[in-house]
Design a protein around this ligand. Structure first.
Ligand code: USQ
Length: 395
């Protein structure tokens, strides 16, 4: 049975990924230090509903499916903890069978501070973001160098690494002709937050590991993700993923749905022409799975742009307004002074064929999908806190 190690297995994407692989017969180990939950508590951001601990989730999954997801609670910025996961000299925080599952065939790396606003609250949060994200990635590439160069890493990067250039965005690599000679380089990258900058640095660290030690790495440049229901969370609502709608950890579409439900005018930042590539959380699961199944070659940094369609902030707001009104909500759209420093009107033409070519079948943002999101979020309407929706963390 193929062993998958998921770093950051408690997060918005990590836990649904663990169930997705477990259901498909993989031997799954998840590692997490509860960074996201602790940050949510510390910053008092509110969450749509309380989420059981990782150990409780794994037990619940086992009760429903008879499948074991092994849990390790630990901080991967500590190199010894990262290394122990390859050597086997650690103890599971929860498992049915405590024997080491062996060196992982695939590592899925989500163990990062994922929020742009968090990284710009002040210099301390900037430091936490830089320290966490870069140390985890560096610890990982050294563990691979020392214990298992054949293990394939699937890292979730971000489309924000490219920024919004005035040329088409390729999937990671760009052919350059300069003074009549040709070479291939990582696409020029210019992030617009410190968080996004750490993801550029992650890519650079991993590219170094690939060049020096022939590692196998797939870097998925993902856009903002929306949604909360996956094929496995319908079994039991306690298996649902963490869902944030606050300014720090909530992503735009998830926030707009919540705002519509409590009649909070939709918070479009600035002119609203900011265009990004979006995807449904179910497509993240498919993409990571297909990337793991097809794996990068030895000495290859394989890059895919993980988005399914592009929208401006205005287009998303209008879609949510239309569906919200159909469902009987009074939905207004507001244009707030943009707390971020970003282009509000720009060219945006990314390529995103690679994942489709390896078999991903996109779920597009249809009216039914939006209505489904309203239906789930509505159930938790009484938990929604208006005070966390917008605080105005400035760049
Ligand atoms: N935006 C609004 N109103 C809001 C929230 C966001 O207009 O209430 C705008 C932002 O200004 C931005 C766009 O919507 O232009 C996306 O913002 P976001 O907060 O949904 O996403 P972002 O900060 O870019 O980060 C999220 C995830 C991050 C991931 C990234 C992919 O938090 O982990 O890497 O999406 S991407 O945006 O492609 O870089």
């Amino acid at each position: 049975m193929s062993h998958i190690l998921i770093l950051g297995g408690d997060g918005y994407l990590g836990w649904p990924t663990a169930m997705y692989f477990s259901k498909r017969g993989y031997d799954v180990t998840v590692v997490d230090n509860y960074f996201r939950r602790n940050a949510c508590t510390e910053l008092d951001v509110g969450m749509l509903y309380p989420v059981p601990t990782l150990i409780e989730r794994a037990k619940n999954w086992y009760e429903h499916t008879g499948k074991e997801i092994k849990v390790v609670i630990g901080d991967l910025t500590n190199p010894e903890i990262m290394r122990s996961l390859f050597k086997g000299d650690f103890e599971y925080s929860w498992a049915i069978n405590n024997n080491f599952s062996g060196i992982p065939n695939t590592v899925i790396h989500y163990a990062e501070q994922p929020s742009a606003p968090y990284s710009l609250i002040n210099y301390q949060y900037a430091n936490i973001t830089i320290t966490n994200n870069l140390l985890v990635t560096n610890n990982l590439i050294f563990a691979l160098r020392d214990f298992s160069r054949d293990t394939h890493v699937v890292h979730v990067g971000t489309m924000g690494e490219y920024g919004t250039p005035n040329i088409d965005i390729e999937e990671g690599w760009l052919e350059i002709e300069h003074k009549s000679r040709k070479d291939r380089f990582l696409f020029p990258r210019q992030a617009s937050s410190l968080y996004h900058t750490t993801k550029i640095m992650d890519t650079d660290l991993m590219w170094f590991g690939v060049r020096m030690w022939d590692l196998r790495i797939t870097d998925l440049m993902q856009g903002p993700v929306y949604g909360l229901e996956t094929e496995d969370s319908v079994i039991d609502e306690r298996l649902r993923t963490i869902f944030n709608y606050d300014e720090i950890f909530g992503t735009i579409l998830n926030r707009f749905i919540v705002q519509a439900i409590v009649a909070y005018p939709l918070t479009v930042y600035g002119k609203g022409g900011q265009t990004r590539g979006y995807l449904n959380i179910n497509d993240t699961l498919q993409c990571v799975h297909k990337a793991a199944e097809t794996h990068a070659k030895k000495g290859q940094l394989r890059i895919f742009n993980q988005i399914m369609e592009t929208f401006s902030a205005n287009e998303l707001a209008e879609k949510v307004q239309d569906i919200g009104r159909k469902l009987g909500y009074q939905v207004k759209i507001d244009h707030l002074e943009n707390p971020r420093k970003e282009a509000e009107e720009h060219y945006y033409n990314p390529t995103y064929q690679g994942l489709i070519e390896i078999g991903v079948k996109p779920h597009y943002l249809t009216d039914e999908i939006l209505e489904g999101m309203f239906r789930v979020v509505e159930k938790y309407k009484d938990n929604i806190r208006r005070d966390v929706i917008f605080k105005g963390i400035k760049w």
